[in-house]
Design a protein around this ligand. Structure first.
Ligand SMILES: *Cc1c(COP(=O)(O)O)cnc(C)c1O
Length: 389
């Protein structure tokens, strides 16, 4: 019987040991033994699927990977030590000197650093396009453009990119379509259904969901993942089996957690909409979001993040953070505990003022990662902090 991906996220399991444990075993081993010389030869010749060494494969890591592959509707995947190693591998496996990368400009800060500082060192060119001007993307494609890289919802502005339209553009120009699906998670949005060739994740965020471990994964078409695997097998960003075990357990509850995160976020964002201290509130499923129709087409719910702009700008931003009593100030998102961040002074502080403006990071922008605390407690914390601003 073919099960639904949500069932697979719970039921996919590595082989049990002789103890017949119900929960999943953890294989904390760097290498695997062989019975004899012939078995070892066959494994090294890729004639069998036997595990050789945990930089290549490990059963606990495979369990997490297989669940992610099922949830995203992909063919194959490779799990990495962090989201950034997944992003980096997805570039290095496919781009070479002379190639051109087209990327949306509102992306995660470290991804921006890889694209602007490291890829050019290896002769890989890039052009940034704007999330809110998709009509300008096609003109930026060159004969040597190899890949389109996007995030949606974007970080931290929560703009929405039409996944289907971007997929059609990639198909027309034969580009590898690479989507960072970290903000939505596969229970909310599956870019492969809209034509994505590769989907990358920071599993550190909603997928772990409790702020415990780092992890990442690249999933996609089999022949592309083979290249990612070969790059990672040699360069070594393998996910630790312990982290994979934590993340695999997390996937069993991802769907129910994300439903509550999104319900909390929608109710709080709705109640803050007309607050006198705010110039605007942005959440993908609020009718006031300029792309809410596209968000509803491609997402199951609006996700767990919303943002707003304090009328008082930078000073108010600091005051707001200092006044919070419940919420955490931390460089993360996607946790059971609600988190407030001020991108202009933290995650995007390395960008120039001009670059920040280009990706709508205004001085008073606050991003809230809505946790699983009781929704009114989160709302009341925000309201009392706004009173101080
Ligand atoms: C955090 C994050 C990353 C990087 O993931 P790490 O696990 O921190 O390396 C990449 N993309 C997005 C959208 C993120 O939020």
């Amino acid at each position: 019987m073919e099960y639904h991906p949500l069932t697979k996220a719970i039921r996919i399991q590595t082989e049990r040991t002789n103890e017949m444990e119900h929960s999943t075993p953890m294989f904390l081993t760097s290498s695997f033994q062989f019975e004899n010389a012939e078995d070892m030869r066959a494994a090294f010749a890729d004639e069998t699927d036997d595990n050789i060494y945990s930089r290549f494969s490990n059963p606990t890591v495979q369990e997490f990977t297989d669940k992610m592959v099922a949830l995203e509707g992909a063919e194959a995947g490779y799990a990495t030590a962090s989201g950034m190693s997944a992003v980096f591998a997805s570039f290095m496996a496919f781009l070479k000197a002379g190639d051109h990368l087209l990327a949306c400009n509102s992306i995660f800060g470290s991804t921006h650093t890889i694209i602007t500082k490291y890829l050019p060192k290896y002769g890989i060119e890039y052009t940034y396009v704007s999330a809110d001007k998709p009509e300008e993307w096609e003109a930026a494609i060159r004969p040597n453009t190899k890949m389109l890289y996007i995030e949606t919802p974007t970080n931290p502005g929560l703009d929405i990119i039409d996944l289907e339209a971007a997929g059609q553009l990639c198909k027309k120009h034969n580009l590898i379509y690479n989507v960072d699906n970290c903000f939505a998670t596969p229970v909310n949005q599956r870019p492969i259904e809209f034509g994505a060739d590769l989907v990358v994740h920071s599993a550190t965020k909603w997928i772990d969901g409790q702020g415990r471990v780092l992890g990442g994964v690249v999933v996609g078409k089999k022949e592309l993942i083979k290249e990612v695997y070969l790059f990672c097998r040699s360069s070594g960003p393998a996910l630790s089996p312990f982290n994979a075990w934590v993340l695999s357990k997390s996937l069993e509850t991802l769907d129910v957690r994300m439903e509550r995160h999104a319900a909390n976020a929608l109710s709080i964002a709705t109640k803050l909409q007309d607050h006198p201290k705010l110039s605007w509130v942005k959440y993908p499923f609020l009718p006031s979001h300029p792309k809410s129709e596209i968000a509803k087409k491609q997402m199951q719910n609006g996700g767990g993040l919303f943002c707003f702009e304090l009328k008082g700008g930078l000073e108010s931003g600091r005051k707001f953070l200092d006044s919070l009593q419940l919420m955490s100030l931390t460089a993360n998102l996607g946790d059971t505990r609600s988190i407030a961040s001020h991108p202009a002074s933290t995650t995007h502080a390395k960008l120039t003022e001009e670059e920040r403006q280009a990706v709508s990071i205004t001085p008073g922008l606050i991003r809230i990662s809505v946790g699983l605390e009781y929704a009114d407690d989160i709302l009341n914390d925000i309201l009392q902090a706004l009173e101080q601003c």
